[in-house]
Design a binder for this molecule. Structure first.
Ligand SMILES: NC(=O)C1=CN([C@@H]2O[C@H](COP(=O)(O)OP(=O)(O)OC[C@H]3O[C@@H](n4cnc5c(N)ncnc54)[C@H](O)[C@@H]3O)[C@@H](O)[C@H]2O)C=CC1
Ligand SMILES: O=C(O)C(=O)COP(=O)(O)O
Length: 527
């Protein structure tokens, strides 16, 4: 398999990847060239410079995973990747300290005029009077976005004896209190703070969140910092506010369009300190993100789940340990439902019983859906695109969790509803072996590893034998047989494990046998 590492990824992770795959390293990759070469690759690793657009994704015929060696994934078209079943992963914590420390450095550099003092001194000037600064101690810092970086900045600002007031509509108040910050509204932050720093992603909500209107309501002499994403603070408005003295100073690391050229509105404005997106650029952070994402790529290309997936519900390693043995079984129960259902499934309900209900079973439900859709879809169905594909096809998926399990320690029951009818298949794990233990009302014990032929039939001598003779005459070997019974007399369920595929014409012949009500082949190789 082939991996493309663009944008200057630290060699530490590349070395790991090279042990397993062919890796092409392209530190500077023009957009047109990325489009041209992307069809060759199974994995793509980027930082913020490469734009992984819908067009790139459409051409990426072999791509299975995009690794973002950093936090922000705004340079990747996530919906396009998800629709194609391409996993997107990032390194959510790998550069947190680097970005946090850069924010502190920017705040201090701006407050003490360090960049301009250095620049003039390099020219031979000695100007002590002109560059009198302000202290951080005793000032109020407004932190907007109290995630990893925002919290780290708040913590460090408190060490500088600043008062911190934070705004984050999604933050758990207890966590904010534990950090020792005051939680306020957006209005509180913009009207009370002496310094304001933003630490959230660029979204339709956060874009232009701070513009001229907000700056005019801020304290006189306010100083602003943006080390998150360009455009959260409107660039044109900021340039004007600093020039006109509404804002005393600003420190900016990120821009709406990068790289920035000389004609950018923030370039050349006295009082504004600029860095070229250096927040994550430390030796330590680059090693960290490179290793994180390379390990994720290796896991994903080996078919293993990755905890830092951006376009899949996250699963902790503890939960993964519990559910991993059930994933194949869940998928095969889904496949069985598709093979046995008489019409398009409108709703599927996955019921969990027993110890497994103690963890989040969301990924198992996705495995059921994946197993249901894979045999009937042209394109690959995987953990990333399965929920979206089910939605697209109008299949409602629900989950029920019941603590009690009657005869088994754990049970997964998949019930499909279609055209006023329902069908259910139940499975459990014996040791590490998945078994199907019930199909509708029939108790069975089937190893879902090969192909099975499922035939409801009349409970009468000779019916099973006739099926066996017919398959034998077609050189189809039967390697296992189960007859599922119910309390009621009359109908039984024959489940034959067969070693060979059964052509449609032979299936039709089986169906035509007197006493056979139906014949369905479940091909687990296709699941
Ligand atoms: N300059 C650089 O090189 C770097 C920049 N970043 C950027 O910094 C930003 C923050 O990163 P992390 O702290 O790691 O992310 P995070 O996901 O840990 O935190 C983001 C926080 O923003 C909050 N948030 C979302 N919408 C909000 C809104 N409308 N108003 C207020 N808060 C809101 C969320 O609740 C969350 O707590 C991201 O945009 C990331 O891309 C990250 C690393 C390096
Ligand atoms: O991780 C992030 O969100 C960053 O902005 C860092 O970007 P970079 O990897 O340095 O191009």
């Amino acid at each position: 398999m082939k991996v493309l590492a663009a944008d200057g990824i630290s060699p530490k992770g590349i070395e790991l990847l090279q042990k397993e795959f062919d890796v092409d390293v392209r530190d500077k990759l023009p957009a047109e060239e990325l489009l041209e070469i992307i069809p060759e690759y199974d994995a793509l690793m980027v930082r913020s410079a490469s734009k992984v657009t819908a067009e790139v994704i459409a051409r990426a015929k072999n791509l299975k995973i995009i690794g973002r060696a950093g936090v922000g994934v705004d340079n990747i078209d996530i919906p396009a990747a998800t629709a194609r079943g391409i996993l997107v992963i990032n390194s959510p914590g790998g550069n947190t300290i680097a970005a946090t420390e850069h924010t502190m450095a920017m705040m201090l550099a701006m407050s003490r005029n360090i960049p301009i003092a250095n620049e003039t001194m390099q020219k031979g000037e000695w100007n002590r009077k002109k560059y009198v600064g302000v202290e951080l101690r005793g000032k109020t810092l407004g932190v907007i976005g109290m995630g990893r970086i925002g919290s780290g900045v708040a913590k460090r600002a408190m060490a500088f004896e600043m008062n911190v007031i934070a705004y984050d509509p999604y933050i758990n108040e207890e966590r904010a209190k534990a950090l020792g910050v005051t939680v306020g509204t957006f209005e509180d932050v913009i009207t009370k703070a002496d310094f304001i720093t933003v630490h959230m992603p660029l979204t339709p909500d956060t874009k232009g969140m701070i513009g001229m209107e907000q700056m005019k309501r801020m304290k006189k002499g306010v100083r602003l910092v943006n080390c998150a994403r360009g455009g959260i603070i409107d660039e044109n408005d900021l340039a004007e506010a600093v020039r006109s003295g509404i804002v005393a100073g600003a420190a900016i690391d990120v821009y709406t369009s990068e790289p920035v050229t000389k004609d950018h509105p923030l370039v050349g404005v006295p009082g504004i300190v600029l860095t070229p997106h250096l927040g994550a650029s430390t030796v330590e952070a680059q090693i960290g993100v490179s290793l994180d994402v390379s390990r994720g790529i290796i896991a994903a290309l080996h078919g293993k789940p990755v905890a830092t997936a951006v376009n899949m519900a996250p699963v902790s390693p503890q939960v993964m340990k519990v559910i991993a043995p059930y994933l194949t079984l869940a998928e095969r129960l889904g496949g069985t439902v598709t093979a046995l259902a008489d019409g398009p499934v409108e709703r599927v309900e996955v019921t969990y019983n027993g110890e497994i209900t103690e963890v989040n079973t969301g990924m198992l439900t996705t495995a059921v859906v994946k197993g249901m859709l894979n045999p009937i879809m042209e394109s690959e169905v995987n953990y990333v695109n399965a929920p979206g594909l089910a939605k697209e096809r109008g299949i409602k998926v629900t989950e029920v969790r019941e603590k009690e399990a009657e005869d088994f320690a754990n049970l997964i029951t998949v019930t499909a509803f279609f055209g006023g009818k329902e069908l259910s298949v139940q499975g459990t794990l014996f040791g590490m072996e998945g078994r199907i233990v019930r199909i509708n009302k029939f108790r069975v014990d089937v190893d879902p590893h090969a192909r099975i032929l499922v035939c409801p039939h009349i409970n009468r001598p000779g019916v099973i034998g006739t099926v066996g003779t017919l398959l034998g005459s077609q050189s189809i070997n039967i390697s296992g047989m189960q007859v599922g019974k119910t309390e009621e007399e009359g109908t039984n369920l024959m489940v034959l494990t067969v070693d060979d595929d059964i052509p449609v014409s032979v299936l039709e012949q089986v169906k035509a046998i007197e006493g056979i009500f139906d014949a369905r082949l479940v091909n687990f190789y296709a699941v």
